[in-house]
Design a protein around this ligand. Structure first.
Ligand code: ATP
Ligand code: MG
Length: 244
């Protein structure tokens, strides 16, 4: 297993964002995470990335206990993430934004940060945008940059937080192709997404959160048809037709 959460809990006052959450992710997996707004999905990523400390429980990554490590250390070990609200350095160019990730990469091996950035920009279809200011990019290109910045750290696991939201169908299709390629080239993908049909075209496993609790975990179609999940989503999801 590359990542294991053992009985992880965390609350903000009366709001429980993680309630005794346990699961493991294997070396070659692509896992989807769904759940209603406020279910604790982003908080779960914050706990995995080291942006948020659990009040109890532990997080193991690549064979070691990382519970006490901060986000920078975890990034060095191979955990990368994108943010639900992209936060590029808007005054830097696309290339400079990706170089920031590449410079802090632990796993660049024999590649210079410049060569690593070149490679990532090409993979993410941002080659021709490299000298534009990040603040001037279209939504799709900002999503690609969010991915590129994360990939430039050479992660073993990439956490994607609602990266397809707001895109047109055609743009979403392109982004899905890129995420499939990232997974196919050996990076474990854990993806939070409300656009269920996009998610299901990538993941082989689906985890459902509700009020901080892991309520389902398994093969996507079985999970979508489970009574607990149908009850949670009944009449409240824009993508509810995907449950049919
Ligand atoms: N730093 C914080 N301080 C206080 N409350 C927080 C904090 N972070 C999250 N919360 C609360 O915890 C709950 C879960 O938030 P979280 O962002 O994890 O949900 P989510 O499942 O990602 O929702 P969404 O689908 O809207 O992105 C929400 O009620 C949120 O307001
Ligand atoms: Mg969220």
């Amino acid at each position: 297993m590359i990542l294991t959460l053992q009985s992880v809990s965390r609350s903000f006052g009366a709001v429980t964002v993680a309630d005794d959450v346990s699961f493991s992710v294997g070396q070659n997996e692509a896992v989807g995470i769904i759940g209603p707004n406020g279910a604790g999905k982003t908080s779960l990523f914050n706990l995995i990335s080291g942006d948020l400390a659990p009040s109890s429980g532990s997080i193991l990554f690549a064979g070691r206990d990382v519970t006490g490590l901060g986000a920078r250390r975890r990034s060095h070990l191979g955990i990368a993430r994108t943010y639900q609200v992209p936060l590029p350095f808007t005054g830097l160019t696309v290339l400079e934004n990706v170089l920031v990730g590449a410079v802090f990469s632990a796993g660049a091996g024999d590649m210079t940060p410049e060569a690593l950035a070149d490679d990532v920009l090409r993979r993410c279809g941002l080659d021709h945008r490299r000298d534009l200011l990040a603040g001037s990019l279209s939504l799709l290109d900002r999503k690609r940059l969010e991915l590129a910045r994360a990939l430039a750290t050479r992660p073993k696991v990439i956490l994607l937080d609602e990266i397809a939201g707001g895109l047109t169908e055609a743009e979403c299709h392109d982004l899905v192709a890129l995420i499939r390629q990232i997974h196919a080239t050996g990076t474990v993908v854990i993806w939070i997404e409300h656009i269920v049909h996009a998610l299901l075209s990538v993941v082989q496993r689906l985890i459902v959160l509700d009020r901080g609790k892991l309520v389902a975990d398994g093969e996507p179609h079985a999970v979508m048809h489970s009574p607990q999940v149908r009850e949670i989503y009944l009449g409240m999801e824009p993508d509810a037709e995907d449950l049919a």
